[in-house]
Design a protein around this ligand. Sequence first.
Ligand code: G5P
Ligand code: MG
Length: 219
Amino acid sequence: MVLQRVIRAVIMGPPGSGKGTVSARITKSFGLQHMSSGDILRANIKEKTELGLLMKACIDQGQLVPDDIMSRLILNDLRKIDNSGWLLDGFPRTVSQAEALDHAFSLDTVINLNVPFQTIKERLTSRWTHIPSGRVYNTDFNPPKVPGLDDVTGEPLVQRDDDRPETVTRRLKSYETQTEPVLEFYRLTFCNTRTMKILKKAVFLGFSSKGERQENIPL
Ligand code: G5P
Ligand code: MG
């Protein structure tokens, strides 16, 4: 029996940077489950669940959903697919969410999409979405086969309520103030893990943790 390694990863980047688009490609290539916090919230809004009704105004105004609600929602869903590899898109978005995830699961990697804000604004004005599946199109970059219709189901595509220019500006602002610090959180977390690996290897090879030759140890 071949044991497959379970990969757990996060994809980050400003609103409209291409997280959904890139995730679809990565999850297909690596056989991972794609979990998008935004898609989960939009499905709740569409189904008019209690959560969806409560959160709609928040999302439409470009504000973040409260941390405790979001962390509980995503961590519960992740526990249900505990044995599978997954790629998280849109979560965590604050340091508090990153800490909650860190307590529950250990990550293999964090991918960051770095796209200039002006490019994002242009992309979002021409984005069309199939809400039930989360599939995204762009009239310039990847248009649907039939204009206005989803390639798989043939159902109508819509423009997201939070893609209005003034809401996009608010989402980008919230990204700068609340989500960019998460990148620093991961830089420090991964840097510490890497340091621990170096130290463990140093001890294994007979070097002291302060040994001068640490830089020679292959990582
Ligand atoms: P979402 O749904 O997580 P955002 O704002 O993080 O929303 P969004 O808008 O879904 O991110 P994306 O997934 O990063 O963007 O980008 P995309 O849809 O794949 O691509 C954007 C466009 O660019 C598309 O038209 C695509 O075709 C095109 N494109 C992609 N790649 C390229 C490329 O390489 N070249 C070109 N030319 N075009 C390309 O969250 C929504 C709301 O839910 C709440 C918040 O209110 C949030 O605002 N929320 C949370 N609140 C609190 N905590 C959380 N963890 C939350 N998660 C969601
Ligand atoms: Mg998305």
